[in-house]
Design a protein. Structure first.
Length: 317
């Protein structure tokens, strides 16, 4: 793929671990620079360059940009919804200053040609229609994470309009995968439920029965991320962030899908503060703009994802 050099910031998390592997498959190991606060022991990170980087340290970040001259930056470092509520001031600082450091470097340094930065369903709020949530409409997030995502979307769009920074973004639903652990979100139960199903055949859920949320299987998330980054500029018509949907379900529905494979699996409920966060988010997303503009279409529904998750996780237990 051309002469691109890729820098991934926050690469050792749930998404980054898989994204680095996918990007190295496309661009070659030495052309994808992974970076994070510290290197994780996942073998993915042995295959190519890794830099220790705190994105809040702008000087060190710019030195890395000078050193590798990345043409594409994927900026993934953030505090997710549940963790952010425990330290709201720091979450705001990390989520916003980190983004500004990336956007300003892209504007000022003449090296970075394209920036990917994910938003989230958390950018919506209680006055957003929960079903068939439109691309444009009322957005009144109630979490510091959601406020930072909505603000980030508007700034990404502003840098594109004002300075021509080629920003691209997706509003991810809850991401589910078997290769890496989630990092403190409200949707994390939908990952741990599979591990629990295989280990103890029981899962205690922190969300109530009937709490429907949008979710996306990791192979679809990777496909969408790479597709929007590879799309010709004129196809990326929305520069704030695109709605993106895969599937929607509540805890009892994912439990039933697991019971098709493990009939004696049981779910119980012990609801905590994350219920309130979940209730402020959409249930079913309308992603027709992504479908129309750059051809988005997910491959996985709940049953297909469940079969794949369980088949792959079985190997680790
Ligand atoms: P994660 O918490 O698993 O990973 C984040 C990574 O960022 C971690 O490896 C962490 O060490 C790193 N990091 C934290 N502070 C840093 C700093 N100061 N400098 C450099 N690195 C730092 O998160 P994730 O699930 O991989 O999410 C990646 C992105 O996708 C985030 O922006 C998140 O908001 C967004 N997103 C994720 C989901 C999801 O369900 N996982 C849903 C919507 C949006
Ligand atoms: N999965 C994420 C979270 O729960 C949504 O951005 O925080």
């Amino acid at each position: 793929m051309g002469t691109e050099k890729i820098l991934v910031i926050g690469s050792c998390g749930q998404l980054g671990t898989e994204l680095v592997e996918a990007l190295r498959g496309i661009y070659g190991d030495s052309n994808v620079i992974a970076s994070d606060l510290k290197k994780s022991d996942n073998p993915v990170f042995e295959a190519g360059p890794f830099e220790t980087l705190d994105i809040l340290d702008e000087k060190s970040f710019r030195e890395i940009v000078e050193k590798y001259k990345p043409t594409h930056v994927y900026h993934l470092a953030a505090l997710l919804s549940a963790t952010a509520e425990k330290m709201p001031e720091f979450a705001w600082k990390l989520n916003m200053d980190g983004l500004f450091h990336v956007l300003n470097a892209a504007r000022d340094m003449g090296v970075i040609k394209r920036v990917y930065w994910p938003s989230s369903i958390a950018a919506f709020g209680p006055n957003t229609p929960r079903y068939n949530t439109p691309q444009f409409g009322s957005m009144d997030p109630t979490t510091v994470y959601g406020i930072s995502k909505l603000s980030g979307e508007l700034y990404a769009q502003y840098y594109y309009n004002r300075w021509g920074v080629d920003t691209r973004s997706l509003r991810y639903p809850g991401l589910i995968g078997y290769k890496s652990a989630p990092g403190g979100g409200t949707t994390d139960y939908a990952v741990s439920i599979y591990h629990d199903a295989l280990q103890t055949k029981t899962h205690e859920c922190f969300l109530k029965e009937g709490t429907v949320l949008p979710m996306l299987y990791m192979p679809d998330a990777l496909k969408a991320t790479l597709d929007i980054m590879h799309a010709p500029s004129e196809q990326v018509k929305i520069r704030s962030s695109y709605n993106l949907a895969g599937m929607s379900f509540g805890p009892e529905e994912i439990a039933a899908a697991i019971q098709n494979h493990i009939p004696d699996f049981k779910i119980t409920y012990n609801v905590d503060y994350r219920q309130q966060i979940a209730e402020s988010w959409p249930a079913v997303i309308d992603d027709s703009s992504a479908r129309e503009d750059w051809g988005w279409k997910p491959d996985y529904d709940l049953d297909k994802m469940t079969a794949d998750m369980l088949a792959n996780l079985k190997n680790s237990y």
